[in-house]
Design a protein around this ligand. Structure first.
Ligand code: NAD
Length: 438
C-alpha cells in the first residue's frame, strides 16, 4: 500500500513510521518546513522511546519519506491519513477543526479518483461526514471514500501501542474502503489483534467515550484520595483493593495531582460541548472536568500547607513537569497550574525534568532549570515530586534531604513510603490520599 500521512506530530509521525514498518510505502507531509528538515536529517522532533531507530531503519529501507509537498505525498497513494491537531477552541471548549478542514480541502484539490481519505485526528461525532461534504464541495468530480480511524496510542509507549493495540477501530461506509483499511492493518489481523469495523459516527464516539471513561477513572480515585486523607484511609490500599476486581481493573487508579496531557482535557471538554449542543448533557463528564481542576488546586494547597501556608521567598524544587513520564509533551500538564501558582505566591522554583526542558522553557519562563534532583534540592525549602520519571523513583533520599535548608517533601505521585522519607531525614511530608503525614 502507498500511504500519505498528513501531520507529523505525536500521532502522525508514530503512525507513519509504524505503517512503514508494516511494509507499506509511507510519505509523511507537514506544513512545518523546519520539522520536515529535521526528519529528513534523521532527527525525531519529539521524545518518544524507540521512535528514532525505527524511523531511521524504515527511511533507509526506502519505505519512509518526508516532504512539505502534499502533491508528492499523494502521488499514487491508496490512502491519505489526516493526523493534524484538534486543539480546544477558545471560548466554548469544542474541538477546533480548522486544521482538519484545511487539510481536507488541500487533499481534495490534489486527490485522484479512488483515494481513501482517513481521518485519524480525534474529531467530534459528525465531523467525518462534514469532511466528506467539504471534499465533495471542493472537488465535485472526485470519487473518494472517507474513513474514521481514531488513534489510541499513549505517548511514552506509542510504538508498542501502535504495533500491539488493544484494538483497531475504523468506521466507513463502503466495502471498498473497508478492504483498503484491512489491507493497511493486515499485519495486525494476522496477529489476531481485535479490529472493530463500524460506522463513521460510532468510530468517532468510541474515541471520545474511551478518553472520557479513563479521565473519569482517574478523577474518581483522586476524589476518593481526598476523602481518604480526611478519614484516615490509604488510597493506595483502596486502589489495590478495588482494582483487583476484574470488573474494575487496576489501571488508571493512581491518585495524583490531576490529569493533564494533549488528550484528556481537550477531549472531555469537546465531548461535553457536543453533548450540550444536542441537548443531552453528560453530567458525569462535566463533573470530571470540574473535579480535575479541584485536584490541581488541592495539589497547590498541599504544597502551601507543607510550607506553613506561605511559600514567599522559599525555594521549591519541582521534580518533573511533563504531564506524565516518558514524553516531552507539556500540553495541559498539572505543572502549568501548580508552578505558576507557587511563583505567583513568591516562591523561587527550581525545575528538573529529563525531557521537558525544551518545551517547558517557554511555558515556565520564571523557573531555574537544574540538571538533577540533588542540584535542584540544594538549600531548598521543599521538594515536590510532580511527575514520576524513573530518574525520580530511586533517589538517594538521605543525600537529597541532606542538602536542603528545611526538609519538606510533597510526594504528589505516592512514589515513596512515608517511613523511607522519614528515615532519610524529611520531617514534613505530604502525599496523596495517605495517612501519617506530619
Ligand atoms: P500535534 O500538534 O503534535 O501535531 C500536528 C501536526 O500537524 C503538526 O506537526 C502540524 O504542523 C501539522 N499540520 C497542521 N496542519 C497541517 C496541514 N494542513 N498539512 C500538514 N500538516 C499539518 O498533534 P498530535 O498530538 O499528533 O495529535 C493529532 C491528533 O491525534 C489530534 O486530533 C489528537 O487529539 C489525536 N490524538 C493524539 C494522541 C496523543 O497522544 N498525542 C493520541 C491519540 C489521538
Amino acid at each position: 500500500m502507498r500511504i500519505a500521512m498528513i501531520g507529523t506530530g505525536y500521532v502522525g509521525l508514530v503512525s507513519g513510521v509504524c505503517l512503514s514498518d508494516f511494509g507499506h510505502t509511507v510519505t509523511c507531509v507537514d506544513t512545518d518546513a523546519a520539522k520536515i528538515d529535521r526528519l529528513r536529517a534523521g532527527q525525531v522532533p519529539i521524545y518518544e522511546p524507540g521512535l528514532d531507530q525505527l524511523m531511521v531503519r524504515n527511511a533507509e529501507a526506502g519505505r519512509l519519506r518526508f516532504t512539505t509537498d502534499l502533491a508528492e505525498a499523494l502521488e499514487g497513494a491508496d490512502a491519505a491519513f489526516i493526523a493534524v491537531g484538534t486543539p480546544s477552541r477558545r471560548g466554548d471548549g469544542q474541538a477546533d477543526l480548522s486544521y482538519v478542514m484545511a487539510a481536507a480541502r488541500d487533499v481534495a484539490r490534489l486527490a485522484h479518483d479512488g483515494l481513501v481519505i482517513v481521518v485519524k485526528s480525534t474529531v467530534p461525532v459528525g465531523t467525518n461526514a462534514r469532511v466528506a461534504a467539504e471534499i465533495a464541495a471542493t472537488a465535485p468530480d472526485l470519487s473518494f471514500d472517507i474513513v474514521s480511524n481514531p488513534e489510541f496510542l499513549r505517548e511514552g509507549a506509542a510504538i508498542e501501542d501502535f504495533m500491539k493495540p488493544d484494538r483497531v477501530v475504523f468506521g466507513c461506509k463502503s466495502e471498498r474502503a473497508a478492504g483498503v483499511m484491512r489491507d493497511i492493518y493486515r499485519p495486525l489481523f494476522l496477529r489476531s489483534f481485535p479490529i472493530v469495523e463500524t460506522d463513521l459516527e460510532s468510530a468517532e464516539m468510541i474515541k471520545y467515550a474511551a478518553n472520557a471513561f479513563l479521565a473519569t477513572k482517574i478523577t474518581f480515585i483522586n476524589e476518593i484520595a481526598a476523602l481518604c486523607e480526611r478519614i484516615g484511609a490509604d488510597v493506595r490500599e483502596v486502589s489495590r483493593g478495588i482494582g483487583l476486581d476484574g470488573r474494575i481493573g487496576p489501571k488508571f487508579l493512581h491518585a495524583g495531582p490531576g490529569y493533564g496531557g494533549s488528550c484528556f482535557p481537550k477531549d472531555t471538554r469537546a465531548l461535553a460541548r457536543t453533548a450540550q449542543e444536542v441537548g443531552i448533557p453528560l453530567q458525569i463528564v462535566e463533573a470530571v472536568i470540574g473535579s480535575n481542576e479541584t485536584a490541581k488546586r488541592r495539589a497547590v494547597e498541599k504544597i502551601f500547607e507543607l510550607c506553613d501556608d506561605s511559600v514567599a521567598n522559599k525555594t521549591i524544587a519541582v521534580l518533573g513537569v511533563t504531564f506524565k513520564p516518558g514524553t516531552d509533551d507539556m500540553r495541559e500538564a498539572p505543572a502549568l497550574t501548580i508552578v505558576p501558582a507557587l511563583i505567583g505566591a513568591g516562591a523561587h522554583v527550581r525545575v528538573v525534568d529529563p525531557k521537558g526542558r525544551v518545551e517547558g522553557a517557554a511555558l515556565l519562563p520564571s523557573v531555574t532549570w537544574e540538571d538533577d534532583a540533588y542540584a535542584a534540592a540544594a538549600d531548598a525549602d521543599a521538594v515536590v515530586l510532580l511527575t514520576e520519571w524513573n530518574a525520580f523513583r530511586a533517589l538517594d533520599l538521605p543525600r537529597l534531604a541532606g542538602g536542603m535548608r528545611t526538609r519538606r517533601f510533597a510526594d504528589l505521585r505516592n512514589v515513596y513510603p512515608i517511613d523511607a522519607l522519614r528515615a532519610a531525614g524529611f520531617d514534613r511530608i505530604v502525599g496523596v490520599g495517605r495517612p501519617g503525614y506530619g
